[in-house]
Ligand binder design. Structure first.
Ligand code: PMP
Length: 443
């Protein structure tokens, strides 16, 4: 098939695509050319229902004029400002706005351009804090198996996905909690699983006893592990992690790159689960993915400690595009829309319930061993094919595309994380197309 860009045939020889089977893609490209609301359009004009909000990020749906106007206006007024030694007003306005939205005293915002950069920044802030306190031995981080914190060397070290670790190894002193999702006790659960939360968290005590608290800077977790398969925290898990960290002077970091900005039915999962971390990373929904932006928020005591030890540059870190004016404009416009359309409440309301019921209703499909999720995030897991572990997600992604639906394939699971504007009719369309795709792939 010949694909075109602006009426000229596309060559697939030069763009090396991320996380993609490039050679396979060139044979069978899945291109999107435009988008509005809940749908992408292919160059051939076929409608694709976006059940993934792009990559868990276009939380407002596509083509929001208000964001386009804000970015355009900002571009004309101030296209770029140096991110250090000089400033521009919008970044301060956005920081104040986010600080008011964030739970507890997560009042201090440091801007990045992605979730991966936010992970690096969060770990550096944790190090800077302990160093400022004279606790310079605290460099180890505790993460989790099946965690995903991006692709920079810090994120790869923190991450718990075998494919990442096999390819790029570990470059920071990180150890991993190993319990993740207990299918034997918690399968087919909507919301937080009932069983095992405190036991899972107590595993942290073992790692602390093994390494000694004086060597540990922070524990980092995604409140819901996303790329690892949509793993919800069993009841009590996050609270117990919080208690253990407090007992040992260890910082607790939440990676809310996916869970932030409404996915769990509140602005942040920290609110949904009632646990405030010391540091929080975010990205994606902060601009509804219209302009790249990430951020790290930290509690007052962390900033106070770091600022107290220096009269000059307090934190030797930053990016050329930190708090880019166009990203700030996009974010402020996005936050206005989230507020005005009450989108967090929408995700925790009847449409979110309907999505979860729909996922549970698919348990009669062949090889399904779990359906799980909450609000506007969910997954279905399949028993792997003999001799081909991890193949089902990729096959379903392709077949769903043929059925006009975009989903995410995660090993032998699929994930959905639709824009917060999704209506019930979209869920019906998804269920219908997904059933057909499973029939093609697994019958
Ligand atoms: N953290 C989490 C939890 C993520 O899901 C992702 C990306 N999906 C990242 C970090 C990395 O974000 P980015 O791709 O923007 O670097």
């Amino acid at each position: 098939m010949t694909a075109y860009s602006r009426n000229k045939p596309i060559s697939f020889d030069n763009h090396w695509m991320p996380f993609t089977a490039n050679q396979d893609f060139a044979q069978n490209p899945r291109l999107v050319q435009s988008a509005k609301g809940m749908h992408y359009l292919t160059p051939e004009g076929e409608e694709i229902l976006d059940m993934t909000a792009g990559l868990w990020c276009c939380n407002l749906g596509h083509g929001r004029d208000e964001i386009a106007d804000a970015v355009h206006g900002q571009f004309k007024e101030l296209d770029f400002a140096p991110s250090f030694n000089f400033g521009h007003p919008l970044s301060f306005e956005l920081s104040e706005r986010l600080a008011k939205m964030l739970p507890g005293d997560l009042n201090n915002l440091f801007f990045t351009n992605s979730g991966s950069e936010s992970a690096d920044t969060a770990i550096k802030i944790a190090y800077a804090y302990h160093d400022a306190k004279g606790d310079t031995g605290r460099k180890r981080i505790i993460s989790r198996q099946r965690a995903y914190h991006g692709v920079n060397f810090c994120g790869v070290s923190l991450g718990g996905l075998t494919a990442n670790r096999r390819a790029f190894g570990q470059w920071l002193p990180v150890d991993h909690l190993n319990s993740t999702h207990d299918l034997s006790r918690n399968s087919f659960t909507i919301g937080q699983p009932e069983y095992g939360g405190a036991d899972m968290a107590n595993e942290l005590e073992n790692l602390i006893a093994f390494h000694d608290a004086s060597t540990i800077a922070a524990v980092i977790v995604e409140p819901i592990a996303g790329a690892g398969g949509v793993l919800l925290p069993p009841k009590g898990y996050l609270k117990r992690l919080r208690e253990i960290c407090d007992q040992h002077g260890i910082l607790l970091i939440f990676d809310e790159v996916i869970t932030g900005f409404g996915r769990t039915g509140k602005a942040f999962a920290a609110e949904t689960f009632g646990v405030v971390p010391d540091i929080m990373t975010m990205a994606k929904g902060i601009t509804s993915a219209t302009v790249p932006m990430g951020a790290v928020a930290c509690r007052d005591f962390i900033k106070e400690a770091v600022f107290s030890t220096s009269q000059g540059i307090e934190f030797f870190h930053g990016y050329t595009y930190s708090a880019h004016p166009l990203a700030c404009a996009a974010s402020l416009a996005a936050l206005d829309i989230y507020d005005r359309e009450n989108l967090w409440d929408r995700a925790s309301g009847p449409v979110g319930d309907k999505l979860q019921e729909a996922l549970q209703s698919l348990k009669d499909l062949p090889r399904v061993i779990d359906a799980r999720g909450m609000a506007f995030i969910g997954a279905i897991e399949f028993e792997p094919l003999e001799g081909k572990p991890g193949a089902i997600g990729a096959a379903l992604l392709k077949e769903c595309w043929n059925q006009g639906i975009m989903i995410r394939g995660l090993g032998d699971a699929i994930a959905v994380s639709p824009p917060l504007i999704m209506e019930e009719a979209h869920i019906e369309r998804f269920v219908d197309g997904f059933r057909k795709a499973v029939k093609v792939v697994l019958d």
